[in-house]
Design a protein around this ligand. Structure first.
Ligand code: SAM
Length: 286
């Protein structure tokens, strides 16, 4: 049913503070659902299910959908809109406070699946997009695939190439391969956001490129590098790591692993950040 009417019937208005811009374009919704490469053995965790417009389409292709929504006021709508879909579990909660493994485990048991694996879909609330992506990527149980609608500018940052990267780029590309699938005009949403959006699909690698104990160090080094993105890397690394390395030592270690110390953080590839982490690991662990 039409989102305006549904909200009006329940005497509700979109809550801007919760990033409520509902997708009302059926063609776009169908394209998003199809981009999850649906299969009846899938468990899909939908983040921010809203009034259930995307949830219904996901439920048609997936084995099970966990529809998570923070706003209690939307729950009655969500429940009644999805009542005919017995493969959907509606849950109220804040994704940032929940462990995806716990959510998925119950669905896995119900489906009698031997292994817990899941996909994520969602038209993400814009005010916490990066936090949600990081939360899922850094979780013990990572999704196999994510199809998320984000602001177009954020989508471009996620898929950026060396030369133009940010902490978000590295966080996503460390764990998987993102692809910008298509743009969505602001007129496809109610209410219209001020900016365009885009759908990004992330194929998550089964195993990250570093073991868990080195991953924390990796992100410390990345954050240090980007803490002063206009500065040359040896300066940023030295300052960002609290001067456990002098600028000269940082320059020396960078050059030793074949990274010119005069470069800027945004020019490094994930592989180069890994080399750099290994090159400074001893001082961070001591
Ligand atoms: N899926 C719907 C659609 O496409 O029309 C709604 C998308 S809307 C952009 C984002 C939804 O996320 C809102 O319904 C909002 O209430 C919900 N939300 C906001 N913060 C959340 C959080 N921390 N955890 C779960 N859901 C959240």
């Amino acid at each position: 049913m039409n989102v305006h009417r549904l909200l009006r019937e329940h005497d509700l208005r979109p809550d801007k503070a919760l990033g409520q811009n509902f997708l009302v374009d059926e063609t776009v919704l169908s394209r998003i659902a199809a981009s999850t490469r649906p299969s009846d053995s899938d468990i899909i965790l939908e983040i921010g299910a809203g009034t259930g417009a995307l949830t219904k389409l996901l439920a048609e292709g997936a084995g099970r959908v966990i529809a998570l929504e923070l706003d209690e006021k939307l729950l009655p709508i969500l429940r009644s809109e999805l009542q005919e879909h017995d493969n959907v579990t509606v849950l109220q909660g804040d994704i940032l406070a929940l462990d995806p493994a716990a959510l998925v485990e119950e669905a896995r048991r119900e489906m009698g699946m031997p292994r817990a694996s899941y996909k994520v879909a969602g038209n993400l609330p814009y005010y916490i997009t990066s936090a949600i992506i990081r939360h899922l990527m850094e979780a013990e149980l990572r999704p196999d695939l994510m199809v998320v609608t984000v602001q177009y500018e954020v989508a471009k940052r996620i898929v950026a190439e060396p030369g133009d990267t940010s902490v978000l780029t590295v966080s996503v590309q460390f764990y998987g391969e993102p692809e910008l699938l298509f743009r969505i005009k602001s007129g496809s949403f109610y209410p219209r956001p001020n900016v365009d959006s885009a759908v990004v699909r992330i194929d998550v690698d089964p195993a990250p490129p570093l073991p868990e104990e080195e991953t924390d160090l990796f992100f410390r080094v990345v954050r240090a590098g980007f803490s002063q993105r206009r500065k040359q890397l040896h300066n940023a690394i030295s300052a960002g790591l609290g001067e456990v390395l002098s600028k000269d030592e940082a320059a020396d270690r960078l050059d030793r692993v074949g990274i010119d110390h005069r470069r800027r953080a945004q020019t490094l590839s994930v592989e180069e950040w890994i080399s750099l982490t290994r090159a400074v690991r001893d001082v961070l662990e001591s």
